[in-house]
Write a protein that binds this ligand. Structure first.
Ligand code: ADP
Length: 267
Protein backbone atom coordinates (compact mmCIF):
# COMPACT_ATOMS: atom_id res chain seq x y z
CA UNK A 1 0.00 0.00 0.00
CA UNK A 2 1.42 3.35 -1.04
CA UNK A 3 1.64 6.24 1.36
CA UNK A 4 -0.25 9.10 -0.32
CA UNK A 5 -0.01 12.63 1.03
CA UNK A 6 -1.85 15.65 -0.40
CA UNK A 7 0.25 18.79 -0.02
CA UNK A 8 -0.76 22.38 -0.57
CA UNK A 9 1.77 25.09 -1.26
CA UNK A 10 -0.23 28.10 -0.09
CA UNK A 11 -0.34 31.24 -2.21
CA UNK A 12 0.92 33.19 0.79
CA UNK A 13 4.14 31.18 0.75
CA UNK A 14 4.96 30.55 -2.93
CA UNK A 15 3.80 33.92 -4.30
CA UNK A 16 4.26 37.51 -3.17
CA UNK A 17 0.69 37.53 -1.85
CA UNK A 18 1.21 39.85 1.10
CA UNK A 19 2.80 42.46 -1.20
CA UNK A 20 0.05 41.82 -3.75
CA UNK A 21 2.65 41.38 -6.50
CA UNK A 22 2.32 39.10 -9.51
CA UNK A 23 5.53 37.32 -8.60
CA UNK A 24 6.58 33.90 -7.41
CA UNK A 25 8.45 33.59 -4.14
CA UNK A 26 11.26 31.71 -5.84
CA UNK A 27 13.39 31.07 -2.74
CA UNK A 28 10.53 29.39 -0.87
CA UNK A 29 9.45 27.44 -3.92
CA UNK A 30 12.97 26.10 -4.58
CA UNK A 31 13.40 25.14 -0.93
CA UNK A 32 10.03 23.37 -0.83
CA UNK A 33 10.74 21.57 -4.12
CA UNK A 34 14.10 20.33 -2.82
CA UNK A 35 12.58 19.12 0.45
CA UNK A 36 9.83 17.31 -1.43
CA UNK A 37 12.39 15.72 -3.76
CA UNK A 38 14.46 14.54 -0.77
CA UNK A 39 11.45 12.99 0.91
CA UNK A 40 10.37 11.20 -2.28
CA UNK A 41 13.92 9.92 -2.72
CA UNK A 42 14.16 8.63 0.85
CA UNK A 43 10.65 7.19 1.20
CA UNK A 44 10.03 4.83 -1.68
CA UNK A 45 6.37 4.29 -0.71
CA UNK A 46 5.62 8.02 -0.62
CA UNK A 47 3.24 9.42 -3.24
CA UNK A 48 2.32 13.07 -3.41
CA UNK A 49 -0.50 15.05 -5.02
CA UNK A 50 0.29 18.75 -5.00
CA UNK A 51 -2.08 21.71 -4.90
CA UNK A 52 -0.94 25.30 -5.39
CA UNK A 53 -2.52 28.42 -4.06
CA UNK A 54 -2.08 31.22 -6.58
CA UNK A 55 -2.26 34.29 -4.32
CA UNK A 56 -2.61 37.53 -6.30
CA UNK A 57 -2.45 35.70 -9.66
CA UNK A 58 -6.00 34.56 -8.89
CA UNK A 59 -7.50 36.81 -6.23
CA UNK A 60 -6.33 40.15 -7.59
CA UNK A 61 -7.47 39.32 -11.12
CA UNK A 62 -10.83 38.06 -9.85
CA UNK A 63 -11.38 41.38 -8.08
CA UNK A 64 -10.00 43.45 -10.98
CA UNK A 65 -12.26 41.84 -13.61
CA UNK A 66 -15.21 41.22 -11.25
CA UNK A 67 -15.25 37.45 -11.75
CA UNK A 68 -16.74 36.33 -8.43
CA UNK A 69 -20.45 36.70 -9.17
CA UNK A 70 -21.09 35.57 -12.72
CA UNK A 71 -19.64 36.27 -16.14
CA UNK A 72 -21.83 38.44 -18.36
CA UNK A 73 -19.68 40.87 -20.30
CA UNK A 74 -16.95 40.59 -22.90
CA UNK A 75 -14.56 42.30 -20.46
CA UNK A 76 -15.27 39.61 -17.87
CA UNK A 77 -14.74 36.84 -20.44
CA UNK A 78 -11.40 38.39 -21.29
CA UNK A 79 -10.70 38.58 -17.54
CA UNK A 80 -11.33 34.84 -17.18
CA UNK A 81 -8.80 34.16 -19.93
CA UNK A 82 -6.20 36.45 -18.36
CA UNK A 83 -6.80 34.99 -14.88
CA UNK A 84 -6.49 31.41 -16.06
CA UNK A 85 -3.30 32.14 -17.93
CA UNK A 86 -1.93 33.67 -14.72
CA UNK A 87 -3.03 30.70 -12.58
CA UNK A 88 -1.66 28.18 -15.12
CA UNK A 89 1.60 30.14 -14.95
CA UNK A 90 1.81 29.50 -11.19
CA UNK A 91 1.14 25.77 -11.62
CA UNK A 92 3.77 25.54 -14.34
CA UNK A 93 6.33 27.48 -12.27
CA UNK A 94 5.81 24.93 -9.49
CA UNK A 95 6.19 22.08 -12.00
CA UNK A 96 9.43 23.68 -13.25
CA UNK A 97 10.83 24.01 -9.74
CA UNK A 98 10.03 20.36 -9.04
CA UNK A 99 11.60 19.26 -12.31
CA UNK A 100 14.75 21.13 -11.37
CA UNK A 101 14.78 19.27 -8.05
CA UNK A 102 14.43 15.97 -9.94
CA UNK A 103 10.70 15.28 -9.46
CA UNK A 104 8.50 14.30 -12.42
CA UNK A 105 5.13 16.01 -12.46
CA UNK A 106 1.88 16.22 -14.37
CA UNK A 107 0.15 19.59 -14.45
CA UNK A 108 -3.63 19.10 -14.37
CA UNK A 109 -5.52 22.37 -15.01
CA UNK A 110 -8.45 22.75 -12.63
CA UNK A 111 -10.85 23.76 -15.43
CA UNK A 112 -10.27 20.35 -17.03
CA UNK A 113 -11.36 18.38 -13.97
CA UNK A 114 -13.84 20.50 -12.04
CA UNK A 115 -17.30 21.93 -12.69
CA UNK A 116 -19.25 24.13 -10.27
CA UNK A 117 -22.75 25.45 -9.83
CA UNK A 118 -23.12 28.70 -7.90
CA UNK A 119 -19.44 28.43 -6.84
CA UNK A 120 -19.96 24.94 -5.39
CA UNK A 121 -18.29 21.88 -6.86
CA UNK A 122 -20.80 19.64 -8.66
CA UNK A 123 -18.32 17.41 -10.47
CA UNK A 124 -14.68 16.58 -10.01
CA UNK A 125 -12.87 14.10 -12.21
CA UNK A 126 -10.40 12.14 -10.14
CA UNK A 127 -9.15 9.81 -12.91
CA UNK A 128 -6.27 12.01 -14.13
CA UNK A 129 -4.85 12.04 -10.60
CA UNK A 130 -4.94 8.26 -10.25
CA UNK A 131 -3.32 7.93 -13.67
CA UNK A 132 -0.53 10.38 -12.86
CA UNK A 133 0.16 8.71 -9.50
CA UNK A 134 0.21 5.27 -11.15
CA UNK A 135 2.79 6.58 -13.60
CA UNK A 136 4.99 7.76 -10.74
CA UNK A 137 4.24 11.44 -11.36
CA UNK A 138 3.27 14.15 -8.89
CA UNK A 139 -0.03 15.66 -10.12
CA UNK A 140 -0.20 19.44 -9.67
CA UNK A 141 -3.37 21.53 -9.71
CA UNK A 142 -3.63 25.24 -8.99
CA UNK A 143 -6.56 27.35 -7.86
CA UNK A 144 -8.25 28.69 -11.02
CA UNK A 145 -11.53 29.75 -12.70
CA UNK A 146 -13.70 26.77 -13.68
CA UNK A 147 -16.96 26.36 -15.63
CA UNK A 148 -20.05 27.09 -13.56
CA UNK A 149 -23.62 26.05 -14.51
CA UNK A 150 -25.11 29.19 -12.98
CA UNK A 151 -22.35 31.77 -13.26
CA UNK A 152 -20.67 30.62 -16.51
CA UNK A 153 -17.29 30.67 -14.73
CA UNK A 154 -16.43 30.89 -11.02
CA UNK A 155 -13.25 30.76 -8.93
CA UNK A 156 -12.17 27.43 -7.47
CA UNK A 157 -9.57 27.87 -4.74
CA UNK A 158 -6.63 25.59 -4.07
CA UNK A 159 -8.32 24.74 -0.78
CA UNK A 160 -11.30 23.32 -2.69
CA UNK A 161 -8.94 21.12 -4.70
CA UNK A 162 -7.36 19.91 -1.45
CA UNK A 163 -10.80 19.00 -0.09
CA UNK A 164 -11.72 17.17 -3.32
CA UNK A 165 -8.47 15.20 -3.36
CA UNK A 166 -8.85 14.36 0.33
CA UNK A 167 -12.37 13.10 -0.26
CA UNK A 168 -11.68 11.06 -3.39
CA UNK A 169 -8.09 9.87 -2.99
CA UNK A 170 -8.29 9.19 0.77
CA UNK A 171 -4.67 10.16 1.44
CA UNK A 172 -2.92 9.28 4.72
CA UNK A 173 -2.78 12.99 5.48
CA UNK A 174 -3.09 16.49 4.13
CA UNK A 175 -0.29 19.02 4.63
CA UNK A 176 -1.15 22.69 4.14
CA UNK A 177 1.88 24.95 3.87
CA UNK A 178 1.21 28.62 4.51
CA UNK A 179 3.16 31.68 5.77
CA UNK A 180 2.31 31.38 9.48
CA UNK A 181 2.77 28.47 11.89
CA UNK A 182 -0.85 27.29 11.74
CA UNK A 183 -4.25 28.48 12.88
CA UNK A 184 -4.23 31.04 15.67
CA UNK A 185 -6.89 32.45 17.98
CA UNK A 186 -6.70 35.62 15.81
CA UNK A 187 -4.74 36.75 12.75
CA UNK A 188 -1.13 36.60 14.05
CA UNK A 189 -0.07 39.35 11.64
CA UNK A 190 -2.54 41.75 13.19
CA UNK A 191 -2.90 40.61 16.79
CA UNK A 192 0.35 40.11 18.69
CA UNK A 193 -1.51 38.21 21.42
CA UNK A 194 -2.79 35.60 18.99
CA UNK A 195 -2.04 32.09 20.19
CA UNK A 196 -1.32 29.10 18.01
CA UNK A 197 -3.97 26.40 18.26
CA UNK A 198 -2.04 23.14 18.33
CA UNK A 199 -4.96 20.77 17.85
CA UNK A 200 -8.36 21.10 16.27
CA UNK A 201 -10.88 18.35 16.87
CA UNK A 202 -14.66 17.85 16.99
CA UNK A 203 -14.77 19.35 20.49
CA UNK A 204 -13.14 22.72 19.74
CA UNK A 205 -13.94 23.20 16.01
CA UNK A 206 -16.88 25.58 16.48
CA UNK A 207 -14.99 27.74 18.95
CA UNK A 208 -11.96 27.94 16.63
CA UNK A 209 -14.12 28.85 13.61
CA UNK A 210 -15.69 31.67 15.55
CA UNK A 211 -12.31 33.14 16.39
CA UNK A 212 -10.46 32.68 13.10
CA UNK A 213 -10.66 35.99 11.25
CA UNK A 214 -10.10 36.65 7.61
CA UNK A 215 -6.73 36.58 5.88
CA UNK A 216 -5.32 40.10 5.68
CA UNK A 217 -4.41 39.94 1.98
CA UNK A 218 -6.86 40.14 -0.92
CA UNK A 219 -8.51 36.74 -0.82
CA UNK A 220 -11.84 36.21 -2.53
CA UNK A 221 -12.07 32.61 -1.39
CA UNK A 222 -12.35 33.12 2.35
CA UNK A 223 -8.90 33.33 4.01
CA UNK A 224 -8.08 31.18 7.00
CA UNK A 225 -11.67 30.82 8.18
CA UNK A 226 -12.90 29.74 4.75
CA UNK A 227 -9.99 27.33 4.54
CA UNK A 228 -10.87 25.67 7.81
CA UNK A 229 -14.61 25.55 7.13
CA UNK A 230 -14.13 23.81 3.79
CA UNK A 231 -11.57 21.42 5.18
CA UNK A 232 -13.72 20.56 8.16
CA UNK A 233 -16.59 19.58 5.88
CA UNK A 234 -14.61 17.45 3.51
CA UNK A 235 -11.69 15.88 5.30
CA UNK A 236 -13.79 12.83 6.20
CA UNK A 237 -11.45 11.76 8.94
CA UNK A 238 -8.23 12.40 6.97
CA UNK A 239 -5.79 14.10 9.36
CA UNK A 240 -4.46 17.49 8.27
CA UNK A 241 -1.62 19.69 9.41
CA UNK A 242 -1.34 23.42 8.72
CA UNK A 243 2.26 24.56 8.95
CA UNK A 244 4.73 27.25 7.95
CA UNK A 245 6.24 26.52 4.53
CA UNK A 246 8.60 29.49 4.85
CA UNK A 247 10.58 27.69 7.56
CA UNK A 248 13.34 25.56 6.14
CA UNK A 249 13.04 21.85 6.96
CA UNK A 250 9.36 21.98 7.91
CA UNK A 251 8.06 20.24 4.78
CA UNK A 252 10.64 17.48 4.95
CA UNK A 253 9.91 16.88 8.63
CA UNK A 254 6.15 16.91 8.12
CA UNK A 255 6.53 14.44 5.24
CA UNK A 256 8.49 12.06 7.40
CA UNK A 257 6.06 12.33 10.32
CA UNK A 258 8.39 14.35 12.56
CA UNK A 259 7.03 16.91 15.00
CA UNK A 260 6.98 20.54 13.86
CA UNK A 261 5.22 23.59 15.21
CA UNK A 262 1.83 23.47 13.51
CA UNK A 263 -1.91 23.05 13.87
CA UNK A 264 -3.02 19.45 13.65
CA UNK A 265 -6.58 18.78 12.58
CA UNK A 266 -8.33 15.51 13.27
CA UNK A 267 -12.09 15.56 12.92
P1 ADP B 1 -2.63 30.59 1.71
O1 ADP B 1 -2.60 31.61 0.62
O2 ADP B 1 -1.27 30.16 2.16
O3 ADP B 1 -3.54 29.46 1.47
P2 ADP B 1 -4.19 32.52 3.24
O4 ADP B 1 -3.56 33.81 2.83
O5 ADP B 1 -5.52 32.15 2.69
O6 ADP B 1 -3.17 31.31 3.00
O7 ADP B 1 -4.25 32.44 4.80
C1 ADP B 1 -3.07 32.64 5.54
C2 ADP B 1 -3.15 33.99 6.17
O8 ADP B 1 -4.30 34.05 6.98
C3 ADP B 1 -1.98 34.27 7.08
O9 ADP B 1 -1.02 34.99 6.37
C4 ADP B 1 -2.60 35.11 8.21
O10 ADP B 1 -2.17 36.45 8.19
C5 ADP B 1 -4.11 35.07 7.94
N1 ADP B 1 -4.94 34.72 9.06
C6 ADP B 1 -6.14 35.30 9.38
N2 ADP B 1 -6.66 34.75 10.45
C7 ADP B 1 -5.83 33.80 10.87
C8 ADP B 1 -5.84 32.87 11.94
N3 ADP B 1 -6.84 32.82 12.82
N4 ADP B 1 -4.81 32.00 12.06
C9 ADP B 1 -3.80 32.02 11.16
N5 ADP B 1 -3.74 32.88 10.11
C10 ADP B 1 -4.74 33.76 9.96
Amino acid sequence: MKNLIVIKFGGSSITKKSENKFEMNKAVLTQAANELADALEKQKELQVALVCGVGPFGHTNVVKYDLNNGIKTEKQREGVKITNEACDFVGKEVAKALKKAGVKTKYIPGYEVCIQSGKKVTGFSILPYGKALDEGLVPITAGIMVKDDELVWSPMSGDVVVAQLAEHLKPKKVLMGTDVDGIYTADPKVDKNAELILNINKENLEEVLEKASHSNSVDVTGGMKGKLEKLAKQLNGVPAEIFNLLKEGNLEKALSGKEITSTKIKL
